[in-house]
Ligand binder design. Structure first.
Ligand code: GLA
Length: 658
């Protein structure tokens, strides 16, 4: 009887501890938590040994674990076991620190075969154990998918993970790092006027436009047809003054230097709204997060000018969250905190460079970063910003959930309608950027409530799954974009980013960065740099100063690209341009499978993609121009073939031959 109870007890322990380390585990096991986890790639944060993604004790379905690795989907790790492994053991599950939105799937691959997969796992699901025979296998890979939805809260734990082996110690493989390569040729010495051909402004308000132009300096600027009230500053190319009455003003911009002259038609449209082409500039969030301060904004403005970004049309410097004082004044004013000693001076300095200043707030009592929002102080805030000289407001949603009665459309629209009315009461051109992450299909009503742009998505991060997941989803909203009202797939994640005081290189590969900029250009998306402009490397600068690519984004027709071919391995997007030509992006998206994710060593392999005239709805002969290389590369009649790198793009302009 006693013996039976003992057996039963032993059995119970074995069953309940399926994911525990059995007694007598071999000493020469290779423990994942002791390895160099910088080899683990993940879409948010970094892998932690023996701690969860948020640095808590590892815990799955109420059970805590001393050993393991806390990661975040999408997560990838490759281990070289040299054919010398015996067994791969451990368990996996979603960490208890997650919200209910978390959903992931764990995969273990051996030499490109799936050896084990967990099935969809959510918070509260017990850890699933694995004990796999890996004899003869060379490379093991651990992969955590986002479970088919977004990566929100996908904190995934690998617990008690170890490999038993014969001779050679397993080694973690650091991902292949592709080298950046430059495609954009340098601009010529003779002047070239860049930027849009249309510009919107409000009658009677202050007018400021800097003519963006490249070419050997000094350049002299002139304008033909300048309406009364506006002046051109010959040396700097700034047009300033008081905006004339409602109407359309046809101008000719002229830039001249020792090497030649350029002339460009330019229309000022007064009284038909702002942001007639997508805003281009910088925002502090993706680099500095809440650590933004006045000096950093000033440095960004100086860099925008000094490294030449302003000559290609980049103009806004937008302060995101983190500028607000802790309390309003007795009369209700919200001043800037000690990090911004003189907002008005900052605006003046920025305007004197011909650049623009933006700010951030939320309709709720507090912002997403926990600072004061504009709740019940909308008009006083708008007036303060107009007085400071603010040109752009990003209006978030955070904490408004506590104010809204429910998530019905009238409740979702209410704070944005109100703030639009308030903006109408100040005598200043302020671009209105709505940021409520796409709630209630905002693209269907963003224009109606007065938004110049509206975020269609949660926050972007600098990974392929985030950037491509957001970007390639935007086709559905194309019909709602147009001059003065744009879909906003969030800010750019190239260059040095960090969301806080410490910055690092974007994790996107060079080809992924070409895809990012090409796709955002095709999507007529606002282009807001989220990197430190003062630390920009040559590759990133080259990527952001291709005037032919930027012209696709700034095209006056304002038509967002649509997806014309959707395949497993590639997609083709097309955007009609004002001059009757078409911009076409041919994207090699790779397959979204765990196996494809381990394509690290052959990043440079190209995929031959053929596009047909029927897919693009084209007839006749078209001249083909490669926009990144700025080269004519032949003609297109029935089909066009392109070799496209993994996660990369070929961006073309097809112009009908006369
Ligand atoms: C939200 C927005 C971000 C940023 C932060 C600031 O998350 O989506 O872009 O503005 O708030 O707290």
């Amino acid at each position: 009887m006693k013996k039976n109870i003992l057996y039963l007890l032993a059995f119970m322990i074995l069953v309940s501890c399926g994911d525990d380390i059995p007694q007598g585990e071999k000493d020469n096991a290779f423990w994942l938590d002791q390895a160099d986890l910088t080899a683990m790639q993940q879409d948010w944060s970094a892998a932690h040994a023996n701690l969860s993604c948020d640095s808590n004790k590892l815990s799955i379905a109420g059970k805590s674990y001393d050993r393991g690795v806390g990661t975040h989907a999408v997560s990838k790790l490759m281990i070289d076991v040299h054919g010398s492994g015996e067994r791969f053991k451990g368990a996996a599950g979603v960490d208890d620190e997650c919200s209910e939105q978390a959903s992931v799937e764990f995969f273990i691959l051996g030499d490109e075969e799936i050896l084990w997969q967990s099935g969809l796992m959510k918070v509260g699901y017990s850890a699933k154990s694995f004990d796999i025979n890996i004899s003869g296998i060379q490379k093991l890979a651990l992969y955590v998918s986002d479970g088919g939805d977004y990566i929100h809260y996908d904190h995934a734990d690998w617990v008690n993970v170890r490999i038993t082996y014969h001779d050679s110690v397993p080694v973690l493989v650091h991902p292949y790092k592709a080298r950046p390569y430059v495609l954009t040729p340098p601009p010529p010495k003779e002047p070239r006027i860049n930027g849009p051909s249309v510009y919107g402004a409000g009658a009677g308000n202050q007018f400021l436009y800097r003519i963006p132009a490249t070419g050997e300096k000094p350049i002299k600027f002139k304008v033909k047809g300048l309406p009364e009230g506006l002046n051109i500053y010959e040396e700097s190319g700034l047009i300033r003054g008081k905006t004339p009455a409602n109407g359309i003003y046809e101008l000719s911009l002229i830039a001249e230097n020792d090497y030649g002259k350029d002339e460009k038609k330019f229309r000022i449209i007064v009284g038909q709204g702002l942001a007639l082409t997508p805003p281009m500039g910088w925002n502090s969030w993706n680099c500095w997060g809440l650590s933004v301060d006045q000096q950093k904004v000033k440095i960004a403005a100086r860099a925008m000018e000094a490294i030449g970004l302003a000559d290609h049309g980049w103009s806004y410097l937008n302060i995101d969250d983190g500028w607000e004082a802790a309390e309003r004044t007795e009369t209700g004013f919200l001043l800037a905190n000690e990090k911004f000693p003189n907002m008005q001076q900052l605006a003046t300095d920025i305007h004197n460079m011909g650049l623009k200043l933006g700010i951030y707030s939320s309709p709720g009592p507090t912002t997403c970063g926990g600072y004061l929002g504009s709740w019940e102080h909308e008009l006083i805030d708008a007036r303060t910003w107009a007085m400071w000289g603010i040109d752009y407001v990003k209006y978030d949603w955070c904490s408004y959930n506590d104010i809204a009665k429910d998530q019905s459309l009238p409740e979702l629209k209410k704070p944005y309608i109100h703030f639009h009315e308030v903006l109408g009461q100040v005598d200043r051109d302020i671009v209105y950027s709505m940021c409520q992450y796409g709630r209630g299909d905002v693209w269907t009503w963003g224009e109606e409530v007065g938004g110049n742009l509206w975020r269609t998505t949660y926050d972007i991060v600098d990974t392929w799954s985030s950037m491509s997941g957001i970007g390639f989803r935007q086709g559905e909203y194309a019909a709602y974009a147009g001059p003065g009202h744009w879909n906003d797939p969030d800010m750019l994640v190239v260059g040095k980013v960090g969301w806080g005081p410490d910055l690092r290189e974007s994790r996107l590969t060079p080809d992924e960065q070409y895809t990012h900029i090409s796709l955002w250009a095709l999507l007529s998306a606002p282009l807001l740099l989220g990197c430190d402009l003062a630390q920009m490397d040559a590759f990133t600068l080259n990527l952001l100063t291709n005037d032919e690519v930027l012209a696709v984004n700034q095209d006056a027709l304002g038509k967002q690209a649509t997806k014309v071919y959707d395949g497993i391995r590639y997609q083709v997007w097309a955007k009609e341009l004002e001059d009757g030509s078409m911009a076409v992006g041919i994207f090699n998206i790779g397959k979204d499978t765990p196996i494809e994710a381990f394509n690290w060593t052959n990043d440079e392999q190209k995929l031959k993609i053929t596009v047909g005239a029927d897919q693009l709805g084209l007839t006749g002969i078209h001249k083909v121009r490669d926009l990144w290389r700025q080269q004519d590369i032949g003609t297109f009649e029935k089909t066009f073939g392109a070799n496209v790198p993994h996660h990369g793009v070929v961006l073309l302009k097809l112009t009908p031959e006369e």
